[in-house]
Design a protein around this ligand. Structure first.
Ligand code: ADP
Ligand code: MG
Length: 244
């Protein structure tokens, strides 16, 4: 939580091309469900960081508008995409068939960390007569059979590394047509690690009309090109300076 102090004064640049993003000042004014607000407070998250202040309202305001978020390591990018994801899902398992959301990240370790953050936030959120969210982790170094089963169990949130997910997707002819929300986390590292062609193949399997959020600490040209090709036109760009 290195940057939390900065969150108090940062993020004032709420004017965007389309006007002012409503309610980006506090978690309370973002239109998040009360159960999620309570969960945030319980975990000690009282004030959004600048990237959260800018990205969360944008992702929630127009659920088809894509976003590219650039902010340095430690700036709170996980919540910036996890809060809109949990809000979309309503904190409960969806009984309609298919994977609803996918988070792609460069390592097993990071995937586990994302899973922990997401589950902790969702834990206190109980919806009457509904099953809790189903999470699936698909990463290298774990049993293939087990992961096939996870994918087949209609997960609401899939957290995956691209190599393993593509392998399983090809082997099982995985249907990703119900996916509504896709995150590329640590996108610069995904590229540095040589996942570009796998990412392109995965993109081709994802349906149009979804919302895609790409988060990164840096925006090299390769990534900008990837975003141009893989995201819907005119994504919202939230770019915080390296020292923001
Ligand atoms: P990034 O992905 O940008 O590197 P993380 O999402 O991993 O950053 O967050 C970095 C640290 O900041 C984590 O320990 C996280 O719990 C903490 N953190 C994130 N958002 C907040 C917040 N709004 N208030 C307090 N701590 C936060
Ligand atoms: Mg991160």
């Amino acid at each position: 939580a290195r940057d939390v102090s900065k969150a108090k004064n940062g993020g004032k640049g709420k004017k965007t091309g389309g006007g002012v993003v409503a309610g980006g000042g506090s978690f309370q004014s973002m239109g998040l469900p009360p159960q999620l607000l309570r969960s945030l407070l319980l975990r000690g998250y009282t004030t959004p960081t600048p990237i959260q202040r800018l990205a969360v309202p944008s992702l929630m305001a127009t659920p088809t508008r894509d976003l590219v978020g650039m902010a340095r390591t430690g700036s709170g990018k996980t919540l910036a995409y996890m809060l809109p994801l949990l809000t979309r899902l309503g904190g409960k398992h969806s009984t309609t068939v298919g994977i609803k959301s996918v988070i792609l990240c460069p390592s097993r370790e990071l995937a586990l960390q994302i899973l922990r953050v997401g589950k902790e936030l969702a834990r206190g959120w109980k919806v009457p007569d509904a099953e809790p969210l189903r999470w699936a982790l698909v990463v290298g170094g774990e049993g293939l059979e087990e992961q096939f089963a996870l994918l087949a169990a209609n997960p609401d949130v899939l957290i995956a590394t691209p190599g393993r997910l593509l392998h399983l997707a090809v082997e099982s002819n995985l249907d990703l047509s119900a996916v509504q929300y896709v995150v590329f986390d640590e996108a610069d590292r995904l590229f540095e690690m040589g996942f570009a062609s796998q990412l392109e193949e995965l993109l081709a399997r994802l349906p149009p009309g979804r919302q895609t959020a790409l988060f990164s600490a840096t925006l090299p040209k390769s990534l900008v090109d990837f975003a141009r090709a893989g995201l819907a036109p005119n994504p919202k760009l939230v770019r915080l300076d390296a020292d923001a």
